[in-house]
Structures are given as structure tokens and as C-alpha cells.
Design a protein around this ligand. Structure first.
Ligand code: GLU
Length: 296
């Protein structure tokens, strides 16, 4: 008789960026990630994506933690702060550089905007690859001269090295394979001029380091999952299963955003909203007035 297969211990996470306060959509997402873990006796982790030194604010970190606790979101273990993991990101960049898959990019935002022929991918303009063509000499000279640069992945080369890729999508009932096409994003940035790693690199490395088995996040991140799957393949990292939930929209049909002062958890708390009623409403898909589901 074959021994029974031990069920996988589920690990989920919520991973806010402290660039503003959380809105009700974030609260809903965090509750779903926690409930998913709790439904199988699993683990829920919290990660603060504070890698962006120019936009992250310590007061938002404390605010976010307060808002989550108020809403009844509980996590296990220590909070992971990306700002404390710079060395890990640098080591991964070194590995990718040693594989010949990264190149320095000196282009400014304006340079990229000016390249009118740039095709568009799911995340906007695709980098036209200008700096991919620079010689090793020019690269070395410009780096030695202190020219500001990002590091981009040579997508064609990386995709060829990784071969065909799938990621696992899960819902309440089943999981299925989704074929990944990272190439549509072009040569994305893995280390920014102003931050030691891009979201794609740090998020992928951290999900693996935290043992995350199930990623539940907004539908706006569905297409970049292909990039994350590529990084997993290149760096021999395990690949979690993913579910992308619909985004919440305001009365004008716009996505809720931290910047636009969309209904924040902090505002609701100040207004004296009962957080246990709010949490029950969000779980039941009843959102505050003027907020509704976006596309699935
Ligand atoms: N930090 C990202 C955000 O706040 C979410 C990252 C993720 O869930 O993968 O949008």
C-alpha cells in the first residue's frame, strides 16, 4: 500500500507597500489571505515591501500595522521587512549577472518616452532595448564614471534559458496550469536606479524565503506573475500557486488607489465604523457605499 501523501502546510501572505495608507480593497485582500490560511490550519505572514526608499514612509508602516490589527487581520511570526534584505537581493542579481542575463540601462524616463516606436505590453510601454546594444567597454566606462543605471533582464535570453513555463492558478475548487509569457513585458528592470531591487525580484525571492505556498493578490498583478515565474525558474525557486482577485472600484469606475484618498481603513476607523461589522461585510462581498467589484 502506498503511504498517504501528507497534505501541504499552506502558507499565505499579505504584502503591502508603505507608500500610503491601506484602503478597503487592501483590507479585503488581507482578510481573504488570512481566512485561506486559517481554513486549513495554515500560516499567514505579513511582509512590508519598503524597498522603495523614495516613496516608503515609516509612518505608513506603523499606520498599516494599526489598520490591519483594527480590522482583525492577524499574522504569524515576525513581519518581514524588505529593507532588511538588500544583501539577499544583491546576491540574486549577482547570480543573474553571472548567467549573462542582466545589463545596465542608463536611459532616463524621458529617453524611454521619446522612443515612440516602443510597443506596449500589459504594463505599458515596453523598453525598446536601447542599452542592450551597448558594448562591454561602454558599459564599463559609464559605470566607472558613476552614471546612474538600472539593471534590466535580457528577456529573450532569459526566456530561452528557462524554456516554456507554467504557473499554477488556484481557486476554491481546483488548481490549473496557466502558461507564462514573460516576453511580452520586454526587458524589465530588476534593480532600479533608486532602489536596490525591483518589486519583481524582491517579491519573488521573498515569497520563496517565507515558504509561501499560495499567493492571493489583486488582478492588477496577474500578468506580472509570468515575470515572477521566470525568475523562479532562473534561480531554482519553488513556485507557489496564485489567485488574483477582482479589484474594487469607486463610484466613478476607477480602481481604488492609496494616492486618490479612496476610502481608507484609517478614515473608517476615525468615523467610528465597527471593524467587526466591516470585516463581516467585506467577507460577504458587501462593500461600503460607492465601492464595487471590478472585472474578475
Ligand atoms: N506590494 C504590492 C502592493 O502593495 C503587492 C505585492 C504582491 O502581493 O505581490 O501592491
Amino acid at each position: 500500500m502506498t503511504p498517504p501523501v501528507a497534505p501541504q502546510h499552506m502558507v499565505t501572505r499579505f504584502a503591502p507597500s508603505p507608500t500610503g495608507r491601506l484602503h478597503v480593497g487592501h483590507g479585503w485582500s488581507a482578510l481573504m489571505a488570512m481566512d485561506l490560511a486559517r481554513s486549513s490550519g495554515g500560516t499567514m505572514r505579513l511582509r512590508i515591501e519598503d524597498i522603495d526608499g523614495t516613496r516608503s514612509r515609516p509612518e505608513h508602516v506603523t499606520g498599516i500595522i494599526k489598520d490591519l490589527r483594527w480590522l482583525g487581520v492577524e499574522w504569524d511570526g515576525d513581519i518581514l521587512f524588505q529593507s532588511q534584505r538588500i544583501g539577499i537581493y544583491e546576491a540574486a542579481l549577482d547570480r543573474l549577472r553571472a548567467m549573462g542575463l542582466l545589463y545596465p540601462c542608463f536611459c532616463t524616463r524621458a529617453d524611454i518616452q521619446a522612443s515612440l516606436t516602443a510597443p506596449h505590453g500589459p504594463e505599458g510601454a515596453v523598453y525598446p532595448g536601447t542599452c542592450r546594444a551597448l558594448s562591454a567597454d561602454v558599459r564599463a566606462r559609464r559605470i566607472a564614471a558613476g552614471d546612474a543605471h538600472a539593471w534590466r533582464i535580457d528577456m529573450a535570453r532569459a526566456a530561452a534559458r528557462a524554456g516554456p513555463l507554467n504557473w499554477r492558478s488556484f481557486d476554491e475548487n481546483a488548481s490549473s496550469a496557466v502558461s507564462a509569457d514573460p516576453g511580452v513585458h520586454g526587458d524589465v528592470v530588476l534593480a532600479r536606479k533608486d532602489a536596490p531591487a525591483s518589486y519583481h525580484l524582491s517579491c519573488t525571492l521573498d515569497d520563496a524565503a517565507m515558504g509561501v505556498t499560495h499567493v492571493l493578490r489583486g488582478d492588477d498583478l496577474r500578468s506580472v506573475t509570468d515575470i515572477h515565474r521566470l525568475i523562479q525558474a532562473l534561480l531554482d525557486l519553488p513556485s507557489p500557486a496564485y489567485r488574483h482577485h477582482p479589484l474594487l472600484m469607486d463610484a466613478q469606475g476607477q480602481r481604488l488607489a492609496k494616492r486618490s484618498g479612496s476610502l481608507s481603513l484609517a478614515q473608517l476607523r476615525v468615523q467610528g465604523v465597527d471593524s467587526s461589522i466591516l470585516a463581516a461585510d467585506l467577507r460577504a462581498g458587501r462593500f461600503p457605499v460607492g465601492i464595487s467589484y471590478g472585472k474578475a
